[in-house]
Design a protein around this ligand. Sequence first.
Ligand SMILES: Nc1ncnc2c1ncn2[C@@H]1O[C@H](COP(=O)(O)OP(=O)(O)OP(=O)(O)O)[C@@H](O)[C@H]1O
Length: 649
Amino acid sequence: MKKKILIVEDQFIEANHLRIMLERAGYEVSGIARSVEQAEEQVAKEAPALVLLDIFLTGTRTGIELAEQLREANIPFIYLSANSNEEILNAAKATHPNGFLVKPFREKDLLVALQIAEYHHENGLEAKLRKEAIFQKQLTAITQEKLAREQTLLKIAQVLQPLFPFDMMAVGYVGELPHVTHVLHFLRIGFNEYQVIDAQGLRVVSNLKLEEFNTLQSKMTPAVDVEIHTGAAFKKLAAEPSVRKLIATTFGMNSYLGFPLQTVHQVHGLPFLAFYSRRPDAYNEEHKALCYRMMPLLSQTLQHLVKSEKPAAFEQDRNVSPTTYSTNNQVNTFEGIIGQSHLLLNVFDLISQVAPVDTSVLITGESGTGKERVADTIHALSMRKTQPLIKVNCAALPTNLIESELFGHEKGAFTGAFEKRTGRFEQANNGTIFLDEIGDMPLETQVKLLRVLQQKEIERLGGKAPVKVDIRIIAATNRNLEKEVAEGRFRLDLYYRLNVFPIQMPSLSDRKEDIPLLVDHFLQYYGRKTGKKITGVSEKGLRALALYDWPGNIRELENVIERSVLLAKGTLIDQIILPTNSVAKVSGKSEEARLKTIFENERDHIIAVLKKCNGRIRGSQGAAEILDIPPSTLGSKMKKLGIKRDFGY
Ligand SMILES: Nc1ncnc2c1ncn2[C@@H]1O[C@H](COP(=O)(O)OP(=O)(O)OP(=O)(O)O)[C@@H](O)[C@H]1O
């Protein structure tokens, strides 16, 4: 059956030209719309398989507005635009198009873009369905395990993470006064680690008096439908006094997704499931649609778990440790990638999703953020792990040699080709090729790379026939590839082929909370290497590290620590020598960077003191003495904050 395509384009000649090209290639054109209104009518009438969408149209509304509706309806679309202005490009990109064609384009470009969009759409759908099917299986297995209620919910939280990425999950019900609510919160503190906080625990962690907390709880209104609040909308919501505000301020959350659970059994209130994320744009229409699809299954599973005896209202201001604890069944899958910030946990989630499948991955991010480390990890966690991982730095290859290096050559293929040479792609056969600095690849080579991606074959220079290769491609760049595309230095079709699964590495200045862990890691590494016994960095040193802006990211931090270890006179590093122009670089951004919540601050401070005391709590120079609190109070604080005696989390 011919695929139906809708053309949304206000220029009559261009639209007609497109129609001819599409029909010649065997597509059916379901119509031509000149404005968003006309397009809406046609979409409702014809349900096209794909939409070609110009950005500026007749009328006041733009193609970007229509794009949002198409995404909701799960109809793939490709932008057609003459405008390569970066701002427009970014707004268009935010709608997650399936392709982008810059006018004027050739017939061939159009057909390749269509092919890629179809491929992406089907792959995306397949991946989505695969994820949902895996989740259903996992959920069934969990309920059959017959664990205690909290353990079961904890496991459910873990398997919900890939579907609704969250930093905190809340499950429970809003009850009638005076019983108010009965809610458990699962705070993510590691890749597979969650801390369970009940309502009483939440009150203690946020230092609220009983009456204050009960007032907040009584203001809680039950969700009647799927609710999503992100960015500014979340800020507005979190400005109202409520438990949500408490969670937002205590744990630094920036988006929310919640929905009611439809229960058959009688419970003491209205059950709900909610997710919070520190990312301001964590949830979108796709998550909403997923909620509706998952609601029956989740309701059925969770109703037994939220259904419990009437909870006792918190009538007394008990000063006991709340029932919070952390689980740690984590095997360190991401060995060598240090950090626990939510931005890095998000990268871990993406790695674990993409590693087992053969999808191409595009890793972007500033220099020194760990892109190569991520590529190593993806390969190590893939089915291809016993096969070669071949790394090519595209920026370091001389332009005249790049093709023979990548694709190989036959003896005598050009002057100086005395021997036959096997190219990197052939060396990587059955394994993975890592194309670092892909943004530096010359345009002529990009065409050949596209061919490898499309046809899965290479042609040696001077070779007579193409050679089949089975390769997974991971590419990385510190350039802004959209900008490169807009400026004509990078092929759009190659960009879309590579950008099947993007991973954006956060810069170190955006995840400064990881600095202490990274510092410890490098101290141990360089301490071992130099044979010096270094126990830590002074408070002053840590402050200097936290204030610096780290333009060179982790590589720069590593170099600074290596130098400090070499120069250290005692066991404690007192003086941190930052790069010479560091004063200029210590920017105001550090002020803007996410400030730690009271909860995180207290936890980090206790861990730092415990480390100094080698985990000793009591006695002279024990952590309790330094913190000037009784050892029993320190013990309960550690329990509350999920800190273990060996001062891990
Ligand atoms: N999360 C991390 N934990 C520990 N070490 C890290 C981490 N990320 C990066 N490193 C170290 O920092 C250095 C730079 O990392 P890497 O080469 O992977 O960065 P990159 O983004 O690929 O840089 P470039 O763009 O310059 O190639 C390496 O020595 C790496 O081992």
